[in-house]
Design a protein around this ligand. Structure first.
Ligand code: GLU
Length: 476
């Protein structure tokens, strides 16, 4: 039998990183073991579901490269089937009508609370003679449909947690269809998973308490339950469940902060899975070939954004400039310093600039920020860089003047310039740093940059000499 897995988000907000992780694991499983990865939008909560959110889910999944295999299914479109399934359970005696009014339920709940007990629905309340039920139905009295929880216990063999068993006595006869005929979550999910022929349900372990109810429903409906894998929750650095307090939790936020989708996937893959050893950086193809149910972890995963940025830096260093071009170009063009046509006109130069910057950047925005200085006419000096390397303005000015003179008289290639400046350092009796650091501030205004001779090459002779001149004037 072919594997059929699904990601079933509720479209009530953006695509959360936890949801994206769950989608990724379902996708990886299917790519690894074969089968279909399906997407079901659980939009039965009409009040909270929005089209914007559905769109954000599609966009987020596409950005991550997690394409689903069949047409998207919408839970809200399946309500007639949910109702028919509930009627069948009624007919087979696995469910019953409950005419208890909301007011009566509130009263009973209040009484239980007053006794300091948790409210439990007593099925005897609904135990009416058949002709009385028929009379009420004919009269149009509203009723909910409750599932008749069987005796015994319910267990399943969880791919992550091993065997999990719940005594059925801990589960109330729960409503499956409300009195307005709308299905409750646990019931709609089972009806849909049966209909979609789902073979493995992989989802967050916050759903573990729903699973016994779902397993009972499968059996009552005459189906073998699928397998289950409950993935650990994702926590922030403080060990608490990840929330907005910890910073961005939407996949789209990371996209807009300049994280590469491959880095995001790699990072998310390690949220509850380990390929074994201390392996961390993996391409999508490598993750697919290494993924296994045995590598799934139980312990909550920690979402460390610093680590994500580090990982993204590793990806940037590995990604060829030609692939970064379409991502970084719009950011640089948006800065207004250069047009796309101008970049095309100097494409080789532009790619070499990307090559220089990508190895020390953490995000594509970092690259765009650092790139700005290579396009602008003037340099913005970082006060820290000035304080550190132009501490004594007169000395800095005289070194920069000498540096400019040497460079003006040298062939514009890295080796020749390096030789000339090392010679100058020797003549002045100073270390190379005493020349290179003030020069770096003059050229890019920053404490850090790519290697100084790379910077000189990519800026070009004219711009470099003009910047040295401007720095001398400013210092002088
Ligand atoms: N719609 C549910 C949620 O977003 C997931 C249901 C499931 O995976 O079974 O939490």
């Amino acid at each position: 039998m072919s594997n059929r897995l699904r990601f079933a988000p509720s479209p009530t907000g953006y695509l959360h990183v936890g949801g994206a992780r769950t989608a990724l694991f379902n996708w990886l499983y299917v790519r690894r073991y074969g089968g279909q990865f399906l997407l079901r939008i659980e939009d039965t909560d009409r009040a909270r579901s929005t089209e914007d959110s559905t769109r954000a889910i599609f966009e987020g999944l596409r950005w991550l490269g997690l394409q689903w295999d069949e047409e998207v299914s919408y839970q809200g479109a399946n309500v007639a089937r949910h109702q028919a399934d509930a009627r069948r359970l009624l007919e087979s005696g696995h469910a019953y009508r409950d005419f208890t009014t909301p007011a009566e339920l509130d009263r009973l709940r209040g009484e239980a609370e007053a006794r300091g007990q948790a409210f439990r629905f007593d099925r005897r309340l609904a135990d009416l003679p058949a002709d009385e039920i028929d009379r009420r139905v004919a009269r149009g009295d509203p009723f909910a449909i409750r599932f008749r929880v069987p005796e015994g216990e319910t267990s399943w063999d969880d791919l992550v947690h091993g065997t999990i068993t719940f005594p059925n006595k801990d589960v109330d006869d729960f409503v499956i269809l409300r009195s307005d005929a709308s299905p409750v979550y646990n019931f709609a999910v089972v009806s849909d998973d049966v209909d979609m022929r789902i073979t493995l349900v992989m989802r967050g372990d916050d759903h573990i308490s729903n699973t016994p109810k779902q397993v009972m429903l499968y059996r009552a409906m005459g189906h073998e339950p699928p397998r289950f894998a409950h993935l650990p929750m994702i926590h922030g650095m403080d060990g608490k469940k990840l929330s907005k307090r910890h910073g961005a939790t939407a996949v789209g936020d990371y996209q807009h902060e300049g994280i590469l989708p491959a880095a995001m996937c790699n990072f998310l893959a390690l949220m509850g899975w380990s390929p074994g050893g201390d392996r961390e950086i993996m391409s999508m193809d490598e993750m697919v070939s290494l993924f296994s149910a045995e590598g799934l972890l139980r312990k909550a995963a920690i979402f460390d954004t610093k680590k994500l940025e580090w990982m993204n830096g590793q990806y940037l260093a590995l990604t060829p400039a030609t692939e970064l071009d379409p991502i970084v170009r719009p950011l640089v063009v948006a800065s207004g310093l250069v047009t796309s046509a101008q970049l095309d006109a100097r494409r080789d130069w532009w790619l070499s600039l990307l090559d220089l910057l990508r190895v020390r950047a953490r995000t594509t925005h970092d690259i765009a920020r650092q790139a700005a200085t290579y396009f602008s006419d003037s340099v913005e000096y970082d006060p820290d860089a000035v304080a550190k390397h132009w501490k004594d303005p007169a000395t800095a000015a005289s070194i920069l003047r000498a540096t400019g003179d040497r460079l003006a008289a040298t062939a514009w290639n890295a080796a020749a310039m390096e030789e000339a400046l090392r010679k100058l350092a020797e003549e002045l009796g100073v270390g190379g740093g005493k020349i290179f650091q003030p020069l770096r501030v003059a050229l890019v205004g920053q404490l850090a940059s790519p290697g100084i001779f790379d910077v000189l090459m990519v800026l070009g002779q004219e711009k470099s000499l003009a910047r040295i001149q401007a720095a001398v004037e400013r210092l002088g």
